[in-house]
Structure formats: structure tokens, C-alpha cells
Design a protein. Structure first.
Length: 74
């Protein structure tokens, strides 16, 4: 699956950290400390959920779906 660069960058945070589940704070690292970039992270998370690569897991946590795990292992 071809992803836009920023959603791909957010998804790669899971691979870099070696985790299947992360909180929003960790995902904000994809955007750095720039507030405008954090909005991009939120939009990317939404796109990844709609692409069935991430799923909301309560609170501020998001986890990789089986498809998401496949996507980061390619």
C-alpha cells in the first residue's frame, strides 16, 4: 500500500520504537515540537485508521492492526 509521506512517517515510529501500541505523545515525535506539525500527526493518524493500519485503543493509545504490522515489516 502506497502511503503519503507524513502518514508513512507516523507509521514508521512504531517500527523505530519496536512497539505495536503507542500513545499520542510518542506519535507526536513524528512531527517534532512544532505545533503545526502536531496537527499533521493527528490527520495522519486519522488516515491510518481509515486505511485500517491503526486502531484506536482507548485514551490516547493507538495500535497497529495486522495490516499495519505487515506494512511496517515490508
Amino acid at each position: 500500500m502506497e502511503l503519503e509521506p507524513f502518514p508513512s512517517r507516523v507509521l514508521n515510529i512504531f517500527r523505530e520504537l519496536g512497539r505495536d501500541r503507542l500513545d499520542l505523545h510518542a506519535l507526536f515525535e513524528a512531527g517534532g515540537n512544532v505545533p503545526v506539525q502536531r496537527v499533521k500527526v493527528l490527520a495522519a493518524v486519522e488516515k491510518l485508521i481509515h486505511a485500517a493500519l491503526l486502531e484506536a485503543q482507548g485514551g490516547d493509545f493507538y495500535g497497529l492492526t495486522e495490516e499495519g504490522k505487515k506494512a511496517i515489516s515490508d
